[in-house]
Design a protein around this ligand. Structure first.
Ligand SMILES: Cc1cc2nc3c(=O)[nH]c(=O)nc-3n(C[C@H](O)[C@H](O)[C@H](O)COP(=O)(O)OP(=O)(O)OC[C@H]3O[C@@H](n4cnc5c(N)ncnc54)[C@H](O)[C@@H]3O)c2cc1C
Length: 401
C-alpha cells in the first residue's frame, strides 16, 4: 500500500481545490471520488448527436468576480483568459400558472422605507425571514423575496442564517461580473482533475476510515489507501457517516447539520419551438420547483434549455415533465428522452448558530491532521468551498504536513 501525504475524499470543487493547493506545494496527494465523473455540484451535461456542443448546467451555473480564491486558482491553471461573460437577461416569476415580471409582483410603497430599515440592523443571529422580511416588508417578502431566496439556495430559505446567504467580497475588475467557461462550469473541475500532480481515482467510494498510528487508512470499493493526512470533501451527510467510528465527537457535531435534497431536471429543445422570451431563469412561487435556470445567459443559435430544480418528493418523473411542458407552454412530445436529463443534488440546510458550531468543530479538528472542507462552513457558494479548502490546507501545513 503506497503511503500518500494527503488523501482527499470527494472530487467536487472543495476536494479539487484542496488537491490544487497540495499539488502546488509538491505534496503527493490523491483524490478518491465515488462517481465516474468529477465535479459534484459542478455538473454540466454535454449533449451529443444533433445537439453536439450544447450543454446545460444541472448544478451550479455561475461564478462571480468576487470569487477571489477561485479566480486565483483559475489564473494559475490558465483558465482566467477563457472566462465567458454571462449575457444579462432578467429573471421572471412562475406563479399561479403564469410567467410574470418581477416588478409586477412588488409592492413599491413598502420598499421606499427599506434603506431606513437597514440602518443598524445586524445580520448575525437572524434568519433570512427575520432579516429580509423586516427590510422589504412582509408582503414583498412573501410575494417575491422569499421565493427568490429559495431559488438562490435551492431550499426553503426562511430559517437559513442571513449572514450565510450573500457575503460581501471584493470584486476583481479583470474578470466578468458573472461568468462561466466554454463547456460550462464542468470545465473547471475537469481542468483541476487533469492538473499535473493531481491524481483522481474515479469510481472509488470511500467506505471506511481507520486511524493508523499517526496517519489514516481509507477503504474504498476497490482497495485500501493510506496517508499521513486526510481531508473529507464530501457532502456533510457522507462525512458524518465516514467519521462516526474513528471520530465520534466530530461526527456528532456534523450530524446536527441537515441536508436539503433537490431533484433537478434539465430539458433542451429547438430554440424556435420555445415561446418563452430569453430569461436568466424562472423563480417558482407556489410551484413544485424552486427555480428553473436557463442557458439563455450563454445563447446558442439552435438550442435552448432550462434546468428545473424541484422540491423533493412532490412530483414523480412524469409529473415533472408534464409541469415543465405546461410552464414553458410547449407540447409535451417535444421533451423526448434524449433531451431530458436528471440529477439529484444536495446542499446543507444551515441554521442560525452555524458559526458557533463550525467554530467548535475547528477546535476538535485541531492537531489530528484531519481536514474537513465543503459547503457547510461559511456558506454554500463555490467561493465558500474554495476558501474553506485554502484555510484547511494552511492548517494542515501548520500541523506538519
Ligand atoms: C442546483 C445548484 C445550483 C447552484 N448554483 C450555484 C451557483 O450558481 N454559484 C455558486 O457559487 N454555487 C452554486 N451552488 C452551490 C455549489 O455548487 C456547491 O455548494 C459546491 O459546488 C459544493 O462543492 P463540494 O465539493 O463541497 O461538494 P459536492 O459538489 O457535493 O462534491 C462532493 C463530492 O464528493 C463525492 N462523494 C460523496 N461521498 C463520497 C464517498 N463516500 N467517497 C468518495 N466520494 C464521495 C461526491 O460524489 C461529489 O463528487 C449550487 C448548488 C446547487 C445544488
Amino acid at each position: 500500500m503506497v503511503a500518500h501525504d494527503l488523501l482527499i475524499i470527494g472530487a467536487g470543487i472543495s476536494g479539487l481545490s484542496m488537491a490544487h493547493y497540495a499539488a502546488a506545494t509538491g505534496l503527493n496527494a490523491r483524490v478518491l471520488e465515488q462517481e465516474d465523473r468529477v465535479g459534484g455540484c459542478l455538473h454540466t451535461h454535454r449533449f451529443g448527436g444533433e445537439m453536439d456542443g450544447f450543454w446545460l448546467e444541472l448544478g451550479a451555473h455561475s461564478g462571480f468576480n468576487s470569487y477571489g480564491n477561485l479566480l486565483a486558482i483559475l489564473e494559475r491553471i490558465g483558465l482566467l483568459g477563457r472566462l465567458q461573460r454571462r449575457t444579462r437577461v432578467g429573471f421572471r416569476m412562475s406563479a399561479g400558472g403564469a410567467v410574470k415580471s418581477i416588478p409586477s409582483q412588488l409592492f413599491f410603497p413598502a420598499l421606499v422605507l427599506a434603506p431606513f430599515r437597514l440602518l443598524g440592523l445586524i445580520k448575525t443571529g437572524r434568519t433570512v425571514a427575520e432579516y429580509y422580511g423586516h427590510i422589504v416588508g412582509r408582503r414583498n417578502y412573501a410575494a417575491v423575496f422569499e421565493p427568490a431566496f429559495d431559488a438562490v439556495i435551492c431550499q426553503p430559505s426562511g430559517e437559513f442564517p442571513a449572514d450565510c446567504l450573500f457575503r460581501p467580497r471584493p470584486r476583481r475588475k479583470d474578470a466578468p461580473r458573472g461568468f462561466t467557461l466554454p463547456g460550462g462550469l464542468q470545465t473547471i473541475a475537469d481542468a483541476l482533475a487533469g492538473q499535473a500532480g493531481i491524481a483522481v481515482e474515479r469510481g472509488h467510494g470511500a467506505r471506511e476510515i481507520r486511524r493508523d498510528g499517526g496517519g489514516f487508512v481509507v477503504r474504498t470499493d476497490r482497495g485500501e489507501y493510506s496517508a499521513r493526512a486526510l481531508c473529507l470533501a464530501t457532502p456533510v451527510a457522507a462525512a458524518t457517516e465516514l467519521l462516526r467510528a474513528p471520530f465520534p465527537a466530530i461526527a456528532g457535531r456534523l450530524a446536527e447539520i441537515e441536508t436539503a435534497r433537490i431533484e433537478s431536471v434539465g430539458v433542451a429543445l429547438p430554440a424556435a419551438r420555445l415561446p418563452l422570451p430569453p430569461v436568466a431563469g424562472l423563480i417558482g412561487r407556489d410551484e413544485p420547483f424552486y427555480s428553473a435556470v436557463s442557458r439563455d445567459t450563454v445563447p446558442d443559435p439552435d438550442w435552448r434549455g432550462l434546468t428545473f430544480h424541484f422540491r423533493p418528493g412532490v412530483l414523480d418523473e412524469e409529473e415533472k415533465i408534464a409541469r415543465i411542458a405546461q410552464v414553458l407552454g410547449i407540447d409535451h412530445a417535444l421533451l423526448e428522452s434524449g433531451k431530458v436529463v436528471s440529477k439529484l443534488n444536495q446542499l446543507p440546510a444551515l441554521r442560525v448558530g452555524h458559526g458557533e458550531r463550525t467554530g467548535e468543530l475547528s477546535q476538535v479538528l485541531a492537531g489530528n491532521r484531519l481536514a474537513l472542507t465543503g459547503n457547510y462552513f461559511g456558506g454554500v457558494a463555490i467561493e465558500d468551498c474554495v476558501s474553506r479548502s485554502r484555510t484547511e490546507f494552511e492548517r494542515l501545513r501548520r500541523e506538519g504536513l
